[in-house]
Every structure is written in structure tokens, then in C-alpha cells.
Design a protein around this ligand. Structure first.
Ligand code: AMP
Length: 609
């Protein structure tokens, strides 16, 4: 297959913002190609060669790419750089300049799909001395064989700028349209949620149909999308929702880790964050302890890693464990910041996929899977504190003890037969109840940045405010929820442009619904924690549009950045449209003082009212 066919499909995708059209384009393409190309097509559409959880990335520096474009087009480097400064996109520069090059090259051969993948793999694995030169040469060779469209996508792929706009939801719709039926869509989604590998799911579907997809199981080494909790504001609401009886667990304030453990000669331990980042090197002590104390051969468990003070025998706040997320100085951090893991779930053990088993069974297996032996002065492994509770009064007591033990709150967990591990979804099988909710304080939301407004006055030269969006898992789209201009300190404002650079895009991302037009657009990526006093029906914001009032969305009033960057969350794990609606509906019960308090805290007042 020629690479130009893929480039043309990318171009068609990019030229529409209609999700239905994108689905049709993809479905037509998938059904027309040999199944052996499907897996890489999926990875390449997001600028990768592997599933997201494999840390390898192409990430070629713009400078190298510009050098390759200059060599191939015969234009001077400064001419190429000038054009790049104007467009900000090496893909566009390559597209324009290779047009003129075409007349000059006589011996070019068309690029094949396999040839491109092979060359990209070589670029990715090039390391050591001369690796920059080798990468540039490989790219130059491809560029001299490519037409304008192919050049555009090659340069975007190698610089990590691939954004054709088709999200995971659209890809899954297209797969079911091409190879199965609408009714099969949930099974396709489940297969993706338990493997985090759309390429694998698509290839299996194209080659073995739905039977193959249904046979996909959780596997050690392949992260599973995490299950998330809903929230309710009062214990009676939680007890009622749980049918009067449920398990409660402490809600620890640390970093969630999904541990994949295999013992024996082919053994390994991998720790993944809830964003599927590899955290193994951040918690080597936890990895070792898990492998040493696991009774079986293989397991996938989940727990919260919390910083711990062995002398005082007490838990430390979240900020402490974040030292373990640093890239450098890890051995010192391991020494300085002792961490314990509180295990709360088990997804797999010795050949048995547990994700469809009820929670009490999973928990029972978890508790029998690790030996109790103490190690090195303090015990690194523990199970989350837990009690089965049947009354509001007991729940209140449990909550108070959790807070007394320096936890954030508690998690209610359903004991029902249907209490499966719902990979990748937020639902009422788990309900969180936090300290904040009880203090008539403001609520917190995790929102992703989709736009920025240039600052004025003392914020001239930096971004002065951000356009923030929440996620709607039903549509796979983000809708704006507020313009955020409060709670930033100078250091954060100075760092923001750098943090957002890789998400910058020249037009509104097709997965975002927005009425407000910022100075700069970003694809959903960076997640920030925001508090708000209140939620109101909004004529400008688009999240939960139509849910409360026809033609109107919901907006956060008096939003304020808490100072916490949620780099442990993906933009799909942001606060959802349904949660925002729920907050809106719960407001009547809320204390007016909390609104006034937030109004006072919000120095600049509501940015968009
Ligand atoms: P939130 O981040 O507010 O949506 O709360 C959900 C998070 O609470 C999970 O992703 C875990 O990181 C954390 N957590 C702490 N303790 C528990 C527990 N016992 N069970 C489940 N999740 C927990």
C-alpha cells in the first residue's frame, strides 16, 4: 500500500469537523485496506508507532526537521526557518516547499506504507553519537520521495504534531461501522478499556471479527483503563443510592498506581499511573515489595501510593508523594520520602480476568494474595482500611476516623452482584465522599485547558486567562465550563506558555465545543484543578448543553485555580458533563456562605460575566 493513500485519508479527516463524516471516512478506509495495515494506521493517526502506554515517542526537534526540508527543497535554512516562524508548523512548511522540489527530483520512488513505518521505527530507535544526523538523513530520504501531502504528515508525525481530529470514540464508531454492528460497540469499547490498545482491538476485529474481540482478556503488562467514582454530597444520599448497605474504604490522598506483577525467570513489575504513564522508576521500593510478597505468579492490583512518616506512624499530605514524580534525583527521593501503597482492588490473578467479577470477590482474592511479612522497619504494603456498613451513623463514624487518619474522605463501594470493575468509566458502583463536601466549602473540578487569552496590564506578555473545558464521555467531546483568570501566581503564569506549547493548535480542535473564542487554541491535554462557588445556566459555555435548559450550557461561577496541576489525569478523566449537572441540581441544598466566600476569594471576579 502507498503511504499517499493514508496521507489523503488524513487530509480528508482534517478537512471536516463533523464527527459523523469522520466516522464515514475512517470506516470506508478501514474496510478498503488489508487488515495488516490497520494497527499502524491507528497509531500513526495520533503520531505514534505503538499504543499510548509504550513510552517511546518520535519527538524529533523542529530544527532537525527544518534542516531536512532545506536539504530536500534546495532552499536555504534561513528561508525555511522564516516560513516556519510564520506558520509554526513544520508540516505546512514541508508541504509548500516539496511542491517546488518535485520538479527537481528525477529518481524518486513512491513511498510505501511499510517503508514509512520502517523508517520511522529507525528514527525512533536512533540513539547515541551521530543519532541526530542519522534521523535527519532518514527523514530527508523520505521527504525526497514524497508529494506535498505525504511531506505534511511525515513532518507532523516526527515532531509530535499529528492532530487529525478523530478521537477514540470516533475510531470505535468507525470500527463497528466497518466490521460489526452498532450493538457490538460496547464490546469493542470494553476490549479497548481493558487493553488501552486501539491498534490491537482494530486488528483483532478486522482479522477475527467480534468473536476475536470478545476473547480479548486483561493481560499482565498491558494497562487497564481505571475505574472512577461518582460523587454525592451527603452520606444519606450515598446510603440510599447503595440500597442501605455497602462497603466503605478510606480515600487516601496520594497517587493511584496500577501494578502489573509477574514473578519467575520472565518476571517484571510495571507500575502505571491513571494516565497510563510508566511510574515504575518512581516507586522502585513499592515494585520490589509487591513482587517479593505476591503469593501467586501473576497479578494486576490497584492501590494508592501515599507518603508516610514512619516515626510518627502517620500519613502525609499529597504534596509529599509528588516528590516521587520527579524525573531526577529519584534515589534520594526514595530515601527521603517513604511511601506505602494501600491496595484496594485486584483486576487479574494467575490467568483469571477478574474485571467482570463482583467487588467482594475481587477484594477477598486481593487480601489473600500477599504475604504479611514486614520489611525494613516499616511495612510498605497494606490494604485500604475498610468496613461493611449498614447505617448512616456508622458511615459518619467511619468518615470521621478516616479524616482523623489524614485521609481525604471515604469511598463507598457497591457489594452487589453487578459490582464489576468497570474499566474506563465513572459510575455509581463507587461513590466518593470528601472532606470538602462537609465544610460548606467550594467544590473542586478537574478541567482541561482548551484556550488562552493574552494578558493585559501586569499580565501583558503572558496568558492572562484560560478557557477551561469538562468532558462528556457520551459524545467523546469537551465543552467549555469557564474562563479562568484567578488563582495563578507569577511563577505559574510564567511557566504556562511552556506547559501548553505542545497542545497549541491553529484552530478550534474538532473535539471541542466552544462559543467563546480565545486568542490561542489548545487540544485537550493539560488538566488543572479549579474550585467554583456555584454553577449557573450559561449562554456562553457549552458543557451539558441542553441538559438543564434548551440551547444553554452550564458555567462555573467564580472559578479559581487551586494551584494543583492534575498531571495524573488525562483530559478524558476530567470532571464530566453529568457531574456538573449533578452539582447544579444539588445547589439548592448548599450553603449561601460558600458562594460568598468564593466571591471574596476571587480577586478578579468572574472572568466571563
Ligand atoms: P478523584 O481523584 O477525586 O476522582 O477520586 C478517585 C481517586 O481516589 C482514585 O482514582 C484513587 O486514586 C483514589 N483513591 C484513594 N483511596 C481509594 C480507595 N480506597 N478506592 C478507590 N480509589 C481510591
Amino acid at each position: 500500500m502507498l503511504f499517499s493513500e493514508l496521507a489523503e485519508m488524513f487530509d480528508r479527516l482534517e478537512s471536516t469537523s463533523s464527527r459523523l463524516e469522520m466516522t464515514d471516512i475512517l470506516a470506508e478506509y478501514f474496510s478498503g485496506i488489508d487488515p495488516k495495515y490497520i494497527r499502524q494506521t491507528i497509531y500513526l493517526s495520533v503520531g505514534r508507532l505503538h499504543p499510548d502506554f509504550v513510552p517511546l515517542e518520535l519527538g524529533m526537534a523542529d530544527k532537525l526537521v527544518l534542516r531536512a526540508i532545506s536539504t530536500v527543497s534546495g532552499r536555504s535554512l534561513s528561508e525555511v526557518e522564516d516560513m516556519w516562524v510564520k506558520t509554526g508548523d513544520p508540516g505546512e512548511v514541508a508541504e509548500v516547499l516539496t511542491q517546488s522540489k518535485k520538479q527537481m527530483t528525477l529518481f524518486s520512488e513512491p513511498l510505501t506504507f511499510e517503508g514509512v513505518v520502517d523508517s520511522l521505527l529507525k528514527i525512533e530507535s536512533a540513539s547515541g553519537k551521530d543519532s541526530q544526523d542519522r534521523k535527519t538523513k532518514i527523514l530527508s530520504r523520505m521527504l525526497s520521495d514524497s508529494g506535498p501531502l505525504e511531506a505534511r504528515y511525515l513532518c507532523r508525525i516526527v515532531t509530535g504534531r499529528m492532530r487529525v481530529g478523530a478521537g477514540t470514540m470516533t475510531v470505535m464508531d468507525a470500527l463497528s461501522q466497518a466490521f460489526a454492528s452498532k450493538d457490538d460497540r460496547p464490546d469493542i469499547e470494553r476490549a479497548f478499556n481493558i487493553t488501552c490498545d486501539m491498534g490491537l482491538v482494530a486488528e483483532t476485529l478486522a482479522e477475527n471479527g467480534m468473536d476475536g474481540v470478545r476473547a480479548i482478556k486483561v493481560a499482565v503488562g498491558s494497562p487497564v483503563k481505571v475505574m472512577l467514582a461518582e460523587r454525592l454530597r451527603s452520606l444519606p444520599d450515598i446510603m440510599a443510592r447503595m440500597g442501605g448497605k455497602c462497603a466503605f474504604e478510606y480515600k487516601y490522598d496520594g497517587i493511584r498506581v496500577q501494578a502489573h506483577i509477574r514473578k519467575g525467570p520472565d518476571g517484571f513489575v510495571k507500575l502505571y499511573s491513571r494516565r497510563l504513564e510508566d511510574l515504575t522508576s518512581n516507586f522502585p521500593d513499592i515494585g520490589e515489595a509487591l513482587a517479593a510478597q505476591l503469593r501467586g505468579k501473576e497479578a494486576i492490583i490497584e492501590g494508592e501510593c501515599v507518603a508516610y512518616d514512619p516515626a510518627e506512624d502517620s500519613l502525609l499530605p499529597f504534596q509529599n508523594v509528588t516528590h516521587r514524580r520527579k524525573k531526577h534525583g529519584m534515589s534520594k527521593a526514595v530515601e527521603d520520602v517513604p511511601v506505602r501503597i494501600f491496595m484496594f482492588d485486584m483486576l487479574y490473578r494467575d490467568g483469571e480476568d477478574l474485571t467482570l467479577k463482583p467487588y467482594p470477590y475481587r477484594r477477598m482474592l486481593l487480601e489473600s494474595s500477599f504475604s504479611e511479612s514486614e520489611n525494613e522497619g516499616y511495612d510498605r504494603l497494606g490494604y485500604s482500611e475498610r468496613a461493611v456498613i449498614g447505617s448512616e451513623e456508622e458511615a459518619r463514624k467511619f468518615f470521621d476516623t478516616a479524616i482523623g487518619s489524614k485521609c481525604e474522605g471515604i469511598m463507598a463501594k457497591s457489594l452487589g452482584q453487578d459490582s464489576v470493575y468497570r474499566a474506563g468509566s465513572r459510575g455509581f458502583l463507587w461513590i466518593k465522599y470528601k472532606k470538602d463536601y462537609t465544610q460548606a466549602l467550594v467544590d473542586s473540578f478537574d478541567l482541561t485547558v482548551v484556550g488562552a487569552f493574552y494578558g493585559m496590564g501586569k499580565r501583558a506578555g503572558v496568558y492572562g486567562a484560560l478557557l477551561m473545558a469538562a468532558y462528556d464521555p457520551d459524545t467523546g467531546r469537551w465543552g467549555t465550563a469557564c474562563k479562568l483568570g484567578t488563582g495563578f501566581d507569577d511563577a505559574f503564569l510564567a511557566a504556562l506558555p511552556g506547559m501548553l506549547e505542545k497542545y497549541k493548535t491553529d484552530k478550534k480542535p474538532s473535539s471541542v465545543d466552544a462559543e467563546m473564542v480565545p486568542d490561542v487554541w489548545f487540544v485537550p491535554g493539560l488538566v488543572l484543578e479549579v474550585t467554583a462557588a456555584d454553577i449557573s445556566i450559561s449562554p456562553i459555555h457549552t458543557i451539558a448543553c441542553g441538559a438543564v435548559k434548551e440551547g444553554a450550557g452550564l458555567g462555573l461561577r467564580f472559578p479559581r485555580f487551586t494551584g494543583r496541576v492534575r498531571d495524573d489525569k488525562t483530559p478524558e478523566q476530567c470532571t464530566t458533563a453529568a457531574e456538573i449537572v449533578e452539582f447544579y441540581e444539588m445547589q439548592d441544598e448548599r450553603d449561601v456562605e460558600s458562594v460568598e466566600e468564593a466571591e471574596r476569594a476571587s480577586e478578579d471576579g468572574p472572568a466571563d460575566e
